[in-house]
Design a protein. Structure first.
Lengths: 1146, 538
């Protein structure tokens, strides 16, 4: 430690020196300013002749907010300065003035501290007589990987103290000793680079981002923080990772990237394939959706997931109360903060990226061909003792395949779904500006095709983020972004089409030999329906705007105000045009093709709906930030309000005379229907935050939000949501430093707070009425449905938000010069006041549906951690490995349940969405086994599933909890876990060698079940076909089979809800791989480009899972409602994507 | 100074952002109406009452079967239909069979009735303070009282004595929610009082756009039925007599077509559950009709019922010279052919073949008849041809034919077979499309009782009367008829392909225990409310 020096600010006060870092500190600060959107570029004019350095200081102080602190004695030996600078940067001026002075400077916040040069340097300085040396001038330009010029980068001649910095356009000039000099180029947040100057006069230096930097700034609610000083739990992913995933919906690019995020993608339909994102899993039986905040304004999940990935700077999860509490009554499910890119001063850079993708299903069920199907069905019929559906002649005909019109062999899945569907993405962005005006403009387009006709998603994104420093203390930012989303689909939804494709037996033709479309009963043909059965068009237009004005208040140092107005508007139109279409059946005897109306649809109908919504957010912020010696203090107070408005109008007509005009007027007006409605919403909030850091070691933060929501009764609208957090940077302690040198930084932190979730139906406190079914009164001449009104139920005047009290303890740090970074969090959250119904206390004679009340309670707890390691093997070779892990487990603490409920079936004490059913014990292998076994719920034969006898009742009907010799409803018990994974993890890595780089992400989920049922599980269920793997069924010779004995219809016993059909849906995926090649600098220079990258990449390339019949994320039944469509495979399959692309930066 | 000025200017702008706005937290709901609006506008209040009409039960909405399938009239086509629980008698207070809702919905009529009773109680409580034409309010109040009486009538029919709740209960006092069952006498008195009050203020008969709303005639008729069930013969006869005397009602000449949509609201209808083509339809035609004509064959008449139909000479088939075993359906009471599709019947333009090997004979499909017969009553050929699952023929709850039989039965029990009893029964037998001979003169009270019981069985077949008649009529042994009749097998008839042999066969044994006279009070309800007694035997 150096001895402390006293510094004087022209006699006003004494200040302690804070930091010992030199230039890096300044650079850190400069970058901090840029990232935090609070930094100001100063332009200073100075014209002085032979002036003392104090005069320079005064001039700078007059024109900027920087203040100089120094010991006057130090300046005694200063040299006089002659200076003529127009629009110079602070840095330039200081560097000129401090050249060859016996002192140097350090910038800390807005303070410039002057200090004595170190001894060795001083000796050099003493030797002030200029030594004449021959120098070589080297010019160059510094930019980042995307070609954005980096201003303020440090350029030093290796082995000397000779250095300079790049200007606003990234250009620099430096005099070096000789042509062989090596330059060291560094910039905060980027990896340092050594460049040889040999023979070059126009260097182009591209710096690449440092991956895990201590200097990271994290975006938090209503501000940003130095990551090392932050006491909450957040995880962040940047543009690079998000752009890497060749997906249209960016919610699919986050899975496995962020600790604390549980994501499940339930289907893959173009434009509707987003993942369900849950921060720290499920913690309420109500709505678990997190709050999405884009550039400071709460917005919809769609506003997030439909962003162009190239617009995004960072995505941050606010996971713990300390981080989320500023969003008060909407924060209990966590917050996903999105920051979009902003312009950087300097020469504008134009980036262009194109990507072309091929999508194909990750996994589809494999079905038997018609011969094997027929054979198996015959076998099943034999076992069931029913008439054989196929004669030997039939079987032969299916096998020979000579007459496929009469004896088809159809792969309906193939007939419905194409093998591949193309997808393209384009983006052009322009980034640049002057010191005073900066802009980021981006245009993006994605075109995602589906696997069958009429399935397509097109999106156009636009963004313009402009920052203007109107005065030295005023900044105005205007962000305008918009998007058009056009979704095309068949008139039949994907679930139903997939159902048909997965159902249709192969003995029915999809296409006849003469090209006519075939069908399976009754007149169904999913591919034909998609193609000729009309369409569904959904066009959605969204405009999001932010106007922000920030004003530094000159009268109080460190104080600024900010006003924000954000106005969003969205329009959505949905149109379903359903037309009759033709399919054919074949009469084997007459060899006739008989036309039938597909699915019996014989009338053309049209329904149209228009929705529009608007949202106006107004905010006033008061910010304070200042450092007093070892005390860093900052505070925030803000007021925010939001007003939302939504309405819709819809109409329907059918019996169109012609299919020529798909407009409502052309339909039958006798059966027309219209509907419409509106919603208003209003919210207000006061947010406060106080931040205190002592000695850069002890960190404290307190947040509160006082929130008002229109949802609740007068007098019950407002709630107070506080949070507290603290942290201790052990690594700053001397004792720690003395003990180990391995740690660059280590921090322990904890937070506690109360958050709310107001995502419940509004106006529950009002006694309200909705139109009921109506009733037809009147004689023949006046008969009409008379409207009727229905009470919406008993109001609950005390209704309130869900309250989550949550605690978070964690640590983070880095080791071995940032090679290893790590982060760990443990959390526990108790959500109370969840809406639930009193089941027991009110008899039915009361006569109304009981109101939901704030009764239920759920605990959710878990851990998450992330680890990263990066290293440089050689000059040309880098690699990194990173991993993250999230585990969240919830438990219902209270839910009104009758005490008489079988303990095995109680929901209390179990997870939300816990599966229940019989416990399967394998198969009965003989009649003797059946005779000895407890009585099964249905008649059984050898080869049927055997269920466990768990509980029964005594003579007076009371549960005994012991087996009673028969399987019935009392034996139903909790089985497996839940359909939402409790564990999600990701392992990513990459290495770069010269111009090549390779990045990959493995992602997995565990502790998750999928109940597979219906057509996807049972052969011939409901007349459906059979899977290839259904051939592994029980026979006396094959007792270890996967499936029970084969019957022509599944036996009642074998389709009971049981653990037999509950699958372990854990999986591990090669989620993303990207191999890139960056054009060499020489080639770039020739092309006059600053960057060209060519890459191939893939998404979901490999999936490892025990669930063999479908994608493990697909089956999505809720666990309480079995036979959901997801569990039967009725969903558009998840996609594997292969991509090639190129990025060009000018 | 320049900075200061601009700073202040911006502050002013910010402040003005927020200064001029109403409180945005007080947004009114835009997609629903509130208490304040509904009960200050008579039109909206009327709409609230309209909803209560949806609580009126309908045989067409019970599911795949008519209640008839839970009696000896018919058998359901489906082993899993809820009527089979009755026929097997294998249900308990925990899982009493569904009665109202086809699938899902309120599982017990208990809860469903009280749901609508609450709505009517809310209406009756609030209507007084609603500003508007008192005459209009009075009629609405009358409708509400009628509906409440109907809902309690339905409850009492099924459960016997039930708790009477006349005001909407509040959740504030949960102890008060644990109501006790009133006595059967109190229930009867209460229902009659509501109907008297309703009759006093309702118009005789509704017309024009009000057709389908409760009327004085309907209230009196229901009162007659309620008192008949309560075995208050004199009062019942008096009420039915008044109901018959209301002008504007007459027997509809065509017995079969009375139930078709074209004759919804015909001259015989006192009260019905109404439907409207395309917009408010029921699946009754589809569920219950012949499978080869768009139906699913849900309700199949039994030989037991077939045998009940007299020959045209007024004698039973086994006593009449008109009966020919080779042509058993010839010379039958015309109501037989109008109600039951038999082998060889002409229907919808062709001969129906229920014989073995016939077009729709047994075993031709899952939905084919199991008894040898299919339902014809209620099934509207026009609907079956066009769109069988969208039926819009009304479900008639009370009609003049029933009122006359109610009168005849009550009067016969009160004073014996006087002339007015003959007049009532003969009017029904002499209906133009029926033309059955009048009852022989000089019947004893007992003979007349049996004649009336026969007449009800035939005239009101499948109209959900027999289920309750069996539970209130006693035989010579003093036992309820249900204990004998619903405890006996039902039979079907096999007709050979050449129609030379007809074999009566036992289709199903039926189980009826004395406790089955009433539904058990749902166990779940008793778990909550300790004050509720259970019905005997449960």
């Amino acid at each position: 430690m150096q001895k402390k020096e006293l510094l004087v600010h022209r006699g006003i006060g004494l200040h302690q020196k804070l930091l010992m870092m030199k230039l890096t500190a300044f650079l850190l600060f400069a970058s901090f300013l840029q990232v935090s959107a609070g930094g100001y570029s100063q332009s200073i004019n100075i014209s002085l002749k032979k002036a003392t350095i104090e005069k320079v200081f005064q001039a700078i102080e007059k024109q900027s907010e920087y203040r100089f602190f120094y010991n006057e004695k130090l300046l005694k030996n200063s040299r006089k300065i002659t200076l003529e600078i127009r629009d110079g940067s602070l840095k330039t001026i200081l560097d000129v003035c401090f050249k060859d002075q016996p002192f140097s400077y350090v910038i800390d916040e807005k303070q410039i501290i002057i200090k004595q040069k170190e001894l060795g340097v001083a000796i050099q300085v003493v030797n002030t007589n200029p030594v004449l040396v021959t120098t070589v001038e080297v010019r160059g330009k510094i930019a980042n990987e995307t070609g954005v010029p980096l201003s303020g980068a440090t350029i030093t001649e290796k082995g000397t103290r000779n250095g300079t910095s790049s200007d606003a356009t990234g250009n620099f000039t430096i005099q070096v000793a000789d042509a062989k000099a090596v330059l060291v180029i560094s910039y905060v947040g980027y990896k340092s680079m050594e460049v040889s100057t040999a023979g070059k006069n126009d260097l182009i230096v591209t710096l690449s981002l440092m991956d895990a930097s201590l200097n990271d700034v994290v975006v938090v609610g209503y501000g940003s923080r130095k990551k090392t000083n932050y006491t909450g739990a957040v995880s962040t992913v940047g543009t690079k990772e998000i752009v890497a995933a060749p997906v249209a919906d960016i919610s699919n690019s986050l899975t496995g990237r962020l600790s604390g995020l549980i994501a499940v993608q339930r289907n893959g339909e173009p434009g509707r394939d987003g993942s369900n994102l849950l921060i720290r899993g499920v913690s309420t039986t109500g709505d678990n959706t997190p709050l999405f905040v884009i550039d400071g304004i709460p917005r919809s999940g769609g506003d997030f997931s439909q962003l162009d990935p190239n617009e995004i700077e960072t995505v941050t999860l606010l996971k713990d109360p300390a981080s989320a509490a500023v969003f008060g009554v909407r924060a209990a499910n966590g917050v996903i903060l999105i920051t979009t890119k902003r312009g950087k001063a300097g020469k504008s850079s134009l980036s262009f990226s194109v990507r072309s993708d091929w999508q194909t299903p990750t996994r589809l069920p494999e079905y038997m061909d018609s011969y094997n199907y027929a054979k198996l069905l015959n076998e099943g019929s034999t076992n069931s003792g029913t008439t054989l559906p196929f004669s030997q002649a039939d079987l032969d005909a299916y096998k020979n395949g000579t007459d496929r019109d009469a004896y088809p062999n159809t792969d309906w899945v193939k007939a419905t779904l194409k093998d591949y569907a193309p997808q393209q993405q384009y983006n052009v962005s322009l980034n640049g500006g002057t010191e005073k005006t900066r802009y980021f403009i981006s245009l993006g387009h994605v075109n995602q095709n589906g696997l069958y006709s009429n399935s397509n998603f097109k999106r156009y994104n636009f963004r313009s983020n402009i920052d203007v420093d109107a005065t030295a203390t005023t900044r105005i930012s205007l962000d305008v972004s918009g998007r058009l989303e056009n979704r095309n689909a068949p008139s039949q939804d994907a679930n139903q089409l997939l159902y048909f494709a997965l159902y249709a037996p192969p003995i029915f033709p999809a296409v006849f030999s003469n090209g006519l479309p075939g069908s399976f009963p009754s007149g169904r043909n999913p591919g034909e329906r998609a193609k000729n059965g009309g369409y569904n068009k959904n066009n959605s237009n969204t405009l999001l705007t932010n106007l922000t004005i920030t004003q530094q208040l000159p009268f109080v140092k460190g104080l600024s105000v900010k006003g924000v107005a954000a106005y969003d508007r969205s329009f959505n139109s949905n149109k379903t045009w359903r037309t009759p279409y033709s399919v054919y059946t074949y009469n084997r005897t007459t060899k006739e093709y008989i036309r039938v109306n597909g699915e019996g649809i014989n009338t053309t109908s049209l329904s149209e709906r228009f929705d529009q919504g608007s949202s106006l957010t107004l905010e006033a912020h008061l910010n304070y930030q200042r450092t007093f010696g070892k005390h860093e203090v900052s505070g925030l107070f803000l007021y925010t309000q939001n007003e939302g408005n939504y309405n819709f109008l819809e109409g329907f007509r059918d019996n169109f005379l012609s299919n020529a005009i798909d407009q409502l007027f052309a339909g039958n007006d006798a059966t027309q229907q219209t509907d419409g409605g509106a919603n208003l919403s209003g919210r207000k909030g006061y947010v406060g935050r106080v931040n205190y850091v002592f000695a850069n070691k002890y960190l404290f933060e307190g947040n509160f939000r006082y929130d008002g929501s229109f949802n609740f009764a007068p007098g019950k609208k407002w709630g107070f949501f506080p949070s507290f957090s603290a942290g201790w940077k052990i690594s700053e302690e001397t004792f720690f430093r003395n003990t180990t040198k391995a740690f660059d930084y280590l921090k322990i932190r904890g937070s506690y707070g109360k958050l709310g979730n107001d995502r419940i139906a509004p106006y529950r406190y009002l006694s309200s009425y909705q139109f009921g079914n109506g009733y037809p009164f009147g004689d023949a001449g006046s008969l009409a449905i008379n409207k009727s009104l229905n009470s919406t139920g008993i109001p609950d005047p005390n209704t309130t938000w869900e309250t989550a009290k949550s605690v978070n303890i964690g640590f983070d740090g880095s080791m071995w010069n940032k090679k290893l970074t790590f982060e760990f969090d443990w959390f526990h959250k108790r959500t109370s006041d969840i809406l639930g119904q009193r089941l027991l206390s009110v008899p039915a004679t009361f006569g109304d549906v009981l109101p939901l009340e704030n009764l239920n309670m759920v605990d959710n707890s878990g851990i998450e951690f992330s680890l990263g390691y990066e290293n440089k093997i050689s000059k040309n070779m880098n690699y990194f490995v990173r991993g993250n892990f999230t585990y969240a487990h919830n438990k219902i603490i209270f839910q009104d349940e009758p005490t008489s409920v079988n303990p095995n079936q109680r929901r209390t004490g179990r997870s939300i969405n816990q599966y229940f059913g019989y416990q399967a014990m394998g198969f009965f292998n003989s009649q003797a086994e059946i005779d000895k076994a407890p009585k099964q719920p249905n008649p059984v034969k050898p080869g049927d599933i055997r269920y466990a006898d768990i509980s029964g009742r005594d003579g007076s009907g009371n549960l005994t909890g012991t087996p009673d010799g028969k399987i019935d409803g009392d034996d139903v018990t909790a089985i497996g876990s839940t359909p939402i994974p409790q564990i999600i993890y990701g392992i990513s890595g990459g290495f770069s060698y010269k111009s090549f780089d390779l990045n990959f992400l493995f992602q997995g989920a565990a502790r998750v079940n999928a109940y597979v049922t219906g057509e996807l599980a049972w052969p011939f269920y409901n007349g459906a076909k059979a899977l290839v793997e259904h051939s592994d069924y029980w026979t006396p010779q094959n007792t270890g089979a996967k499936y029970p004995r084969i019957t022509d219809v599944p036996t009642a016993n074998n389709i009971e809800q049981s653990s037999f059909w509950l699958n372990n849906a854990a999986y591990l995926r090669l989620k993303n791989v990207q191999l890139g090649y960056n054009l060499s600098k020489n080639a770039l220079a020739k092309l006059k480009m600053s960057g060209v990258r060519i890459f191939v990449s893939g998404q979901n390339l490999l999936t490892f899972s025990k669930l063999s019949v479908t994608d493990p994320e697909g089956p999505g039944d809720s666990g309480t409602a079995f036979n959901g469509n997801g569990s039967k495979g009725w969903f558009y399959p998840q996609q594997k994507v292969y991509a090639v692309g190129i990025n060009v930066t000018f | 100074m320049k900075n200061l000025k601009s700073g202040i200017a911006y502050l002013l702008i910010f402040v003005s952002f927020f200064g001029c706005k109403k409180d945005i937290l007080d947004q009114p709901p835009k997609d629903q109406l509130t208490d304040a609006s509904v009960w200050s506008d008579l039109k909206l209040a009327t709409l609230f009452l309209n909803e209560a009409y949806n609580g009126v039960p309908s045989g067409f909405e019970r599911g795949f079967y008519l209640l008839a399938a839970a009696t000896d009239e018919a058998e359901t086509g489906y082993p899993w239909a809820y009527s089979q629980n009755w026929n097997r008698g294998d249900f308990t207070a925990l899982d009493a069979p569904r009665f109202d809702a086809p699938w899902g919905g309120t599982p017990t009529p208990w809860g469903n009735r009280y749901l609508f009773i609450r709505r009517v109680n809310v209406f009756l409580e609030k209507i007084e303070a609603v500003p508007g034409d008192d005459a209009v309010k009075k009629v609405l109040k009358g409708e509400a009282l009628f509906l409440r009486a109907l809902f309690y009538h339905e409850l009492v029919k099924l459960y016997g004595a039930v708790p009477i709740i006349t005001k909407p209960q509040s959740l504030e006092n949960t102890d008060a929610l644990l109501v006790k069952r009133n006595t059967l006498e109190e229930c009867n008195t209460f229902i009659v009082a509501d109907l008297d009050a309703a009759a006093a203020i309702l118009p005789n008969k509704r017309s024009g756009a009000d057709v389908g709303r409760a009327s004085k005639a309907a209230a009196l008729a229901l009162k007659g039925r309620q008192l008949l069930y309560a075995e208050k013969w004199t009062e019942s006869a008096a009420a039915s007599k008044l109901a018959m005397a209301v002008p504007g009602y007459s027997l509809f000449p065509n017995y079969e077509e009375m139930f078709w949509a074209a004759n919804n609201n015909n001259s015989e209808v006192y009260f019905s559950k109404k439907y409207l083509t395309l917009l408010r339809t029921h699946p009754g035609n589809q569920f219950n009709s012949l499978y080869t004509m768009g139906g699913w064959g849900g309700t199949q008449p039994t030989q037991n019922l077939v045998d009940e139909y007299e020959m045209t000479d007024g004698l039973s088939y086994n006593a009449s010279p008109l009966y020919n075993a080779n042509q058993p359906y010839k010379n039958r009471d015309p109501r037989f052919g109008a109600s039951i599709l038999f082998d060889g019947a002409m229907w919808n333009g062709r001969e129906i073949e229920l014989k073995e090997g016939g077009k729709e004979g047994m075993g031709t499909a899952n939905d084919a008849t199991k008894t040898g017969y299919n339902l014809r009553k209620f099934i509207d050929p026009a609907i079956v041809k066009a769109n069988p699952d969208n039926g819009y023929n009304n479900w008639i709850l009370i009609r003049l034919g029933e009122v006359m039989l109610n009168y005849a039965e009550a009067q016969n029990e009160a004073v014996g077979p006087d002339q007015s009893v003959y007049v009532a029964v003969n009017a029904i037998r002499n209906r133009p499309s029926v033309n059955m001979p009048s009852l022989p003169a000089g019947l004893t009270q007992l003979q007349m009782r049996n004649k009336i019981r026969h007449e009800r069985s035939v005239e009101l077949a499948f109209e959900e009367q027999r289920f309750f008649d069996m539970r209130r009529w006693k035989g010579a042994d003093g036992k309820y008829l249900a204990e004998t009749i619903l405890n006996s097998p039902v039979y079907g008839l096999k007709t050979s392909n050449d129609r030379t042999t007809r074999t009566k066969f036992k289709l199903e044994d039926r189980v009826y225990l004395p406790k089955h006279r009433l539904l058990p009070v749902p166990q779940q309800e008793r778990n909550i409310n300790k004050n509720l007694d259970q019905n005997p035997g449960w």
